[in-house]
Design a protein around this ligand. Structure first.
Ligand SMILES: Nc1ncnc2c1ncn2[C@@H]1O[C@H](COP(=O)(O)OP(=O)(O)O)[C@@H](O)[C@H]1O
Ligand SMILES: [Mg+2]
Length: 251
């Protein structure tokens, strides 16, 4: 058995009276890419946001059940900022801050009190290299990140997430706003990141899940129907509903 980073047990989630997740049980393996697939509105983003308590920001949101992060109950965590540094997030639309590339990547570090320019420079270079962006931007670090292409902006966001040395990166449809070439670049990048990070990737693109992930969880109407190794989900799932979804019978 490989090591797990998250253990989710009996998780229910409600937005007001409306239940969005039903008795979710799932282990998320460390240093692997876990894809979350399923039709729109089935709870993928909701589930992803519970993993670093982003749902705390939604007032009507309530949960029952247990989410253990490295053995620790995340709902009992007091320093949510620390949790979110360890469990970073990349969103659907690239959302760099309206400031320079350099400042995007050092923003969180400075807020943690790191001021030494040598350390900051080094962290910027390392994060941009890991994000396959250094070659393209090393001579324009002080330009506004918003002047970059969409694909480059998304890699800035990944570099920004990496800069604080997280253990986990949550990605919510990170390529859905990108062209096919930028998408492939991000997919290649994600594949290299799993040696260092645990990655949970929401995607509505089944080819992407099949290409990129080690494990896939299939969500339907707030339930996890099945989670297994990706090749099992796509080639020999246990559940008929999984089979129907991955073969495109509904979606
Ligand atoms: N902030 C919110 N407030 C109320 N309902 C929400 C909120 N976010 C999502 N939902 C509802 O929860 C369900 C799951 O949504 P979501 O997690 O966004 O699905 P997915 O990411 O799979 O498309 C949907 O019915 C959606 O309308
Ligand atoms: Mg979503």
């Amino acid at each position: 058995m490989s090591e797990t980073t998250f253990q989710v047990r009996g998780l229910n989630l409600f937005y007001g009276d409306k239940q969005a997740l039903f008795d979710v049980n799932m282990d998320i393996e460390s240093h692997a890419i876990t894809a979350l697939i399923g039709p729109s509105g089935c709870g993928k983003s909701t589930f992803l946001r519970t993993l670093n308590r982003m749902n705390d920001l939604i007032e009507s949101c309530r949960t029952t059940g247990e989410v253990l992060y490295r053995g620790q109950d995340i709902f009992a965590v007091e320093d949510v900022n620390q949790l979110r540094r360890e469990v970073g997030m990349v969103f659907q639309k690239p959302n760099p801050f309206p400031m320079s590339i350099y400042d995007n990547i050092t923003f969180a570090l400075k807020s943690m009190g790191i001021r030494d320019k040598r350390i900051l420079d080094e962290r910027v270079e390392r994060s941009l290299k890991q994000s396959f962006l250094w070659e393209e931007v090393h001579d324009r670090l002080h330009e506004n990140a918003l002047s970059l292409s969409g694909g480059q902006q998304q890699r800035v966001c990944i570099a920004r997430a990496i800069a604080v040395e997280p253990k986990v990166i949550l990605m919510d449809e990170p390529t859905s706003a990108l062209d096919p070439i930028s998408t492939r670049k991000i997919e290649e990048l994600v594949a290299t990141l799993k040696t260092q990070y645990t990655i949970v990737l929401v995607t509505h693109n089944m080819q992407q899940a099949a290409r990129c992930s080690d494990y896939t969880a299939f969500f339907l109407m707030g339930e996890v129907i099945e989670k297994d190794r990706t090749e099992v989900i796509f080639h020999s799932p246990k559940e008929q509903r999984t089979h129907d979804y991955v073969t495109g019978r509904f979606g």
